[in-house]
Design a protein around this ligand. Structure first.
Ligand code: GLU
Ligand code: ZN
Length: 298
């Protein structure tokens, strides 16, 4: 039973099985929530069907259980939340805080990749158009509990970014904010690959008038070539066998104090030790600050 108001979460996209990199985000958010005597929620971010792999969501949930990462409450599935996203879009539209944009990718590329607000005053209808936020709350920096103050690229922070795609899909930045608010998430712990969109997400919280959660961006696990482990570069799935050596490697990656005897504990007891010993201040900002992990998860 949670004893504090802390609510954390892990929000995987079902585009493949969990690998060592996603385990870091899952474990880090879990430890921070449990050490704060809070709840830890899981949300499956299945809003982008073309990128999804059949069966990946149930595999991810099975992997979390296998690694002893038991969540609280019901799982939220983004595929079931379209009404909430639609409502948020309608709200922004009613307030005059969004607009339809028919600009092509080629046009935006010719501008150097950052959108210039061209369609803001053109009153396009919805046909073949994306919806953009009319940015009134640009956020130029935020405080990360691990990394300190993070300053955004100003052009990116001021951009009227897409909240509903031309292909009809809701944009990640909209869905993640609507859901984290809906689930009452107080602190977001995730990988450093999501630092960049954070200022956009905070500007949506401001736009909606919702309390902004805290943020912690964990170091990314890299492969031997120095690239982020990802489904795109074929990071191996977490092994199905003994979860304990993998959890220990993940704890070492997060630079936690681990003793050899932990290897012999049951997985739940091992995680209890990890919670009791969790020291966020020990987590390195960058993966290259730590060599415990270098070449895939096996
Ligand atoms: N679903 C996103 C991903 O797997 C993470 C979203 C988040 O943690 O904000 O990359
Ligand atoms: Zn446009």
């Amino acid at each position: 039973m949670p004893e504090s108001d802390y609510i954390g979460r892990f929000a995987p996209s079902p585009s493949g099985e969990l690998h060592f990199g996603s385990l870091i985000a899952a474990l880090g958010s879990y430890l921070q929530a449990r050490a704060s005597h809070g709840s830890w929620l899981v949300r499956i971010e299945d809003i982008d069907p073309p990128r999804e792999v059949p069966g990946a969501a149930s595999t991810i949930l099975r992997q979390l259980e296998h690694y002893g990462l038991h969540w609280d409450g019901d799982i939220v599935w983004q595929s079931q939340r379209h009404n909430a996203y639609r409502e948020a879009l309608n709200h922004l539209q009613r307030e005059g805080m969004s607009y339809f944009c028919t600009c092509t990718r080629a046009r935006i590329q010719s501008l150097g990749g950052i959108y210039d607000g061209h369609c803001r005053t053109l009153n396009h209808g919805p046909t073949n158009a994306a919806v953009r936020l009319a940015q009134h709350h640009p956020v130029l920096h935020f405080d990360d509990k691990l990394r300190g103050r993070i300053t955004a690229d100003e052009k990116l922070a001021r951009e009227d970014f897409i909240i509903h795609r031309r292909d009809g899909l809701f944009a990640y930045n909209l869905a993640v904010v609507v859901d984290d608010h809906f689930q009452g998430v107080t602190e977001i712990v995730r990988g450093a690959d999501l630092i960049e969109p954070t200022v956009r997400q905070i500007s949506l919280y401001r736009q909606f008038g919702w309390p902004v959660p805290g943020y912690i961006h964990l170091p990314l696990a890299l492969n031997a070539q120095g690239n982020k482990l990802s489904k795109q570069n074929h990071a191996p799935a977490l092994p199905d066998g003994d979860p304990r050596p993998v959890i220990i490697r993940a704890l070492q990656f997060l630079n936690q104090d681990v003793t050899n005897e932990w290897q012999d504990l049951r997985i739940d007891a091992l995680l209890q030790k990890a919670v009791a010993n969790w020291a966020l201040c020990r987590v390195p900002e960058a993966a290259d600050a730590n060599t415990a992990f270098s070449n895939g998860s096996r």
